[in-house]
Design a protein around this ligand. Sequence first.
Ligand SMILES: Cc1cc2nc3c(=O)[nH]c(=O)nc-3n(C[C@H](O)[C@H](O)[C@H](O)COP(=O)(O)OP(=O)(O)OC[C@H]3O[C@@H](n4cnc5c(N)ncnc54)[C@H](O)[C@@H]3O)c2cc1C
Length: 463
Amino acid sequence: MTGATIAVVGGGITGLAAAYELSRGGNAPGVVLLEAGDRLGGKITTTEFAGVPVDCGPDAILARVPWAGELMRELGLGPQIVSPAAAGASVYARGRLRPLPEGLVRGVPSQVLPLLRSGILSPSGIARAGLDLVLPRHNHGSDPTIAQVIGGRFGLEVVDRLVGPLLSAINAGRADSLSLRATAPDIEALASGSRSLLLGLRGHRRKVPEPSSLGPLFISLRGGLERLVDRLVEELRAAGVELRTGTPVTELGRDGRRWRLDPLDRPVDGVVLTAPAFVTAPLLAEVSPVASLGLAGVVYSSVAVATLAYREAALPRPLSGSGFVVPRSEGWLMTACTFVSSKWPALHPPGRVIMRCSAGRHGDNRPAALSDDDLVDLLHGELKQAVGVTEAPVQWRVDRWDRSFPQYGPGHLARADRIDAALAVGAPGVVVTGASMRGVGIAACVRQARDAGRKVWPGALPH
Ligand SMILES: Cc1cc2nc3c(=O)[nH]c(=O)nc-3n(C[C@H](O)[C@H](O)[C@H](O)COP(=O)(O)OP(=O)(O)OC[C@H]3O[C@@H](n4cnc5c(N)ncnc54)[C@H](O)[C@@H]3O)c2cc1C
C-alpha cells in the first residue's frame, strides 16, 4: 500500500467494483468507501420470499456484455453462475400474450416471416413495417430518440409493441424520449450505416456468431444477485478497504491539492462518486459547477416491483417462457412481468408459482399514488387477463424504487463527456461514474467502475 487514500462515495455495485479495482495489486492506495444507507449493494438486494431467495431489484445480468460475468469468475463465483431455464418472452398485444418472434435485436426485427406469423402487429402495422425495405435513408440529426429512428423505418406499431416495451423494461423509459445512441448504440450504428435497418441487421447477424452459440443471454447467481455483493464485501474487507455504512457524504471541497469530504475526518487524494446524479450534483457545486449542472439535468423515473406467489393450481396452464412485456398503448399499470419460477427453477417452491410485476416508467408515476394493497390488486387483475390466474395471490410484497432509473435522453452521452472534461480540468482526481453516466445495467456499471478506479489511481501496478 502507498500513503495515498482514495474515497469511494456510494456502496452500490459501481462503488464496490471501483473499490475492488482500486484495492487490487501492488501499489494500491488506501480505500475508504462511504455509503449513506445501512447496507451495501445499493439496488442489488435479495430477500427471502415464499421460502426462496428472490431479488427485489435487478434479477439478471446481460451475459453478452462480459464485465459482470468476468468479475464474478474473478471472485471465484463461476460455479455459482446460473442462467434462465425458460427462454423466450411474450408481449401482450391484440388481446393476448404472443411470443416475441425470432430475429429481434432489442425489439427491432431482422426477419420478416417470424414477424408476420407472430400476430403482434395489425395488418396495417405490418404493411408499414415493410416500408423499411423501400424508404430512402433519412437523416434524423445528431442524437435522435428510439421512436424517431425505429418509427421512421418501421412505423410506430413496431415501436409501441416491440422496441418500446423491451427497452422500457431495461430503462423504465419511453421510446419517444430515450436516445437510441445512448441505449442501443449498436442499432444506432446500423441505422446510420444502412438504408434498410432490417437488411442492415440481417447482414450484421450473418457476420456475427449465431446468438445460440454465444451461451445464455442472461446470468444470475445461485442464491440471488446479492451473493455478488457479499463476495465483493468479503474481498474488500480482506484487502483492508474501510467500509463505512450509515455515512452519507454531504459536502466535497478542496484541501490544497487534496479533497475533503464531510463527514470524513481526513483529506483524500482522489474521489470516485457513484451515488445517483441528484446526490452527486450538489456535492460538486463548489468544485465543478459545470459537472454539477450537467448531473442536475439527469432525469430519473421511479418503478414499483410487486412479487406475487400463487398456488400452482390457480393457473389454468403452465406458464410458458420467461415472462412478458406490455406496450404503453395498452394503458396497463404493469410494464413487464417475470415468470420467476419458470425462469429460475430454484425459485419454484412446492405447489407455488412466483411472478414479479414491474409498474411505472418515465411519464407514468401511477404506482406512487397507489397503496401497496391497491397496486397488488390492480396488477393481479392484469395478470388475470394475461395468464388467466383464477385466485388471489397467497403472498405478495412490494418494493418501491423511487428515482431509480436515469433517463438517457438525446444529448446524454455528450453531457457525460462534458462532465468528464469539466472534472479533468477543474477537479483532477475526482471522477463521476455509475448508472447516471454510461450504462444502467449492472455489467455496464462494473465496466465503468473498473475504468474509474484505474483513472483515479493510474499508479496501480499490474495485478
Ligand atoms: C427494480 C430494478 C430492476 C433492475 N433490473 C436490472 C436487471 O435485471 N439487470 C441489470 O443489469 N440492471 C437492472 N437494474 C439496474 C441496476 O440495478 C442499477 O442501475 C445498478 O445496480 C446501479 O448501481 P450503482 O452502484 O451505480 O447505483 P446504486 O445501486 O443506486 O448505488 C448507489 C449508492 O449510493 C448511495 N448513496 C446515495 N447518496 C449517498 C451519499 N450522499 N453518500 C454516500 N452514499 C450515497 C446509495 O445509498 C446507494 O447504495 C434494475 C434497477 C431497478 C431499480
